[in-house]
Write a protein that binds this ligand. Structure first.
Ligand SMILES: Cc1cc2nc3c(=O)[nH]c(=O)nc-3n(C[C@H](O)[C@H](O)[C@H](O)COP(=O)(O)OP(=O)(O)OC[C@H]3O[C@@H](n4cnc5c(N)ncnc54)[C@H](O)[C@@H]3O)c2cc1C
Length: 425
């Protein structure tokens, strides 16, 4: 059996590695159109900020590793430009035709907008980061404008500010992080302004027309679906590839994983497109196992994510109140501020927001912000969402406590208590 994987980063390599574990005898071939494989794009903002010294530090494995240790063939600079599923054939840009028994499409996403201006950059691939770095070194711009208030825009603004540039952040909506959550937005904006970033919300702009020495266009992504759609694979309501729980597309034997496809939202039950690296890895594992003959299921996503904005961690999971209302729930929101650990251990302030449905009392989402202790709290709520927990059960969970690590009454539980009172009122 020959399994062909398209895309050599998070989803593609997870799929190839898992397929190898499931089927030691399969022939596995990965095509990647770029020069590098297996690098963490998530680290690019830290390269820009200077916390990571070279792009090579972001490379997890090299092709030789996969060939030697996993018997997986990797071909870089090899773009798949067509798929003829009837003949089980992928066509490379060079014209070469490659037969497959199973195909895993893990081609990711790309920035939605393309600019020709030499001052406008994006921060999506290793090559983008290298170009940006070269420009910063050569032109030494004093000012920067970042367009887009998703996590990449926020990370880019933070990084450029840390390098000493005067930074303006433009976002076309009133709320950041694609979250429709004024509470999280307010806390992020406060922190950005404290560190000197000029934040302009609800202000649509044309990146090419902005007056700044450097512009980063972080206005959004589009899934790489065209080749597979052309081959007959169905797209979902979001425009990304539609997949089953087994990560199979509408074409039998063709799987998809990562930023190019949709996933079921564990709270709303709807298909959504929330492209994230952690999701890509998990989807890739399921797609790879199933391509190699197993029957595994991808559980879905809650959109759990965390971003560092000038030292502030802002994390979200599930639905915000506004999103929940749009999904047909009757949401109730509670917010508290507390210490993430004992005062005598220099516990810092942490903000917690919980959302639950008034009718079913089911927990729907959360946001947590603070300088420390944010990750553990958001992950606790993510686990509760996966278990479809109600607010009562959540308010009684047995969380660990010792003064150097936690507060005796954790802010999560204090917030859950507040939520119960609101649900009962
Ligand atoms: C700056 C930045 C910061 C991020 N930070 C985080 C974070 O903190 N946390 C988080 O969870 N996620 C983060 N992400 C998102 C994460 O990097 C992506 O979700 C993840 O890389 C998706 O993996 P993927 O394998 O689906 O797609 P990609 O990583 O995009 O890989 C797809 C690969 O397919 C190749 N390809 C495309 N078309 C073809 C073709 N036709 N033939 C051959 N090869 C092809 C591409 O060249 C690409 O290398 C960040 C992303 C960026 C850009």
């Amino acid at each position: 059996m020959r399994i062909v994987v398209v895309g050599g980063v998070a989803a593609g390599l997870s799929a190839a590695s898992r397929a190898r574990r499931v089927d030691p005898s399969a022939e596995i071939l990965v095509f990647e159109k770029g020069k590098r494989i297996s690098y963490g794009a998530c680290g690019l903002p830290y390269l820009l900020e200077g916390q990571v010294s070279s792009i090579e530090q972001l490379v997890v494995y090299r092709p030789e590793f996969f060939e030697r240790e996993r018997n997986i063939r990797i071909r870089t600079e090899s773009e798949v430009v067509a798929v003829h599923h009837g003949r089980r054939e992928a066509v490379l840009r060079s014209g070469e035709r490659v037969r497959y028994d199973r195909l895993v499409w893990a081609a990711g996403a790309r920035p939605a907008r393309v600019s020709r201006s030499p001052r406008v950059f994006r921060l999506h691939t290793d090559e983008d980061a290298l170009r940006l770095e070269e420009y910063l070194g050569r032109e030494r711009p004093q000012t920067a404008a970042v367009v887009g208030g998703g996590y990449i825009g926020l990370e880019a603004a933070t990084a450029l500010r840390a390098r000493g540039l005067r930074v303006r952040l433009h976002h076309d909506a009133t709320t950041l992080l694609n979250r429709e959550d004024p509470w999280v937005t307010k806390r992020i904006v406060e922190r950005l302004e404290q560190c000197g970033v000029d934040v302009r919300l609800n202000e649509p702009v044309d990146p090419e027309a902005l007056d700044a020495g450097l512009v980063i266009d972080a206005t959004g992504l589009r899934p790489n679906v065209e080749v597979l759609a052309e081959a007959g694979a169905a797209l979902g309501r979001t425009g990304a590839l539609a997949v089953s729980e087994r990560m199979e597309t509408s074409l039998y034997g063709v799987f998809a994983a990562g930023d190019c496809c949709e996933a079921r939202h564990v709270v709303s039950g709807r298909d959504v497109w929330i492209p994230l690296g952690t999701t890509a890895n998990k989807m890739g594992r399921v797609a790879g196992a199933n391509a190699a003959g197993r029957r595994e299921r991808f559980q879905g996503v809650a959109g759990t994510s965390i971003v560092r904005v000038a030292g502030l961690a802002a994390a979200v999971t599930g639905l915000s109140q506004q999103q929940a209302r749009r999904e047909g729930f009757s949401p109730v929101e509670a917010v508290v501020e507390g210490r993430e650990k004992a005062k005598y251990f220099f516990g810092r302030t942490i903000g917690v927001q919980l959302v639950a449905d008034r009718n079913s009392r089911r927990l729907l989402g959360a946001a947590v912000t603070g300088d420390d202790g944010v990750l553990a709290r958001i992950n606790t709520v993510a686990a509760a969402l996966a278990a479809r927990m109600d607010a009562e059960t959540f308010a009684g969970i047995d969380l660990a406590y010792a003064p150097p690590y936690a507060a005796v009454m954790d802010p999560l539980l204090v917030c859950a208590g507040q939520l119960l009172r609101l649900l009962d009122s």
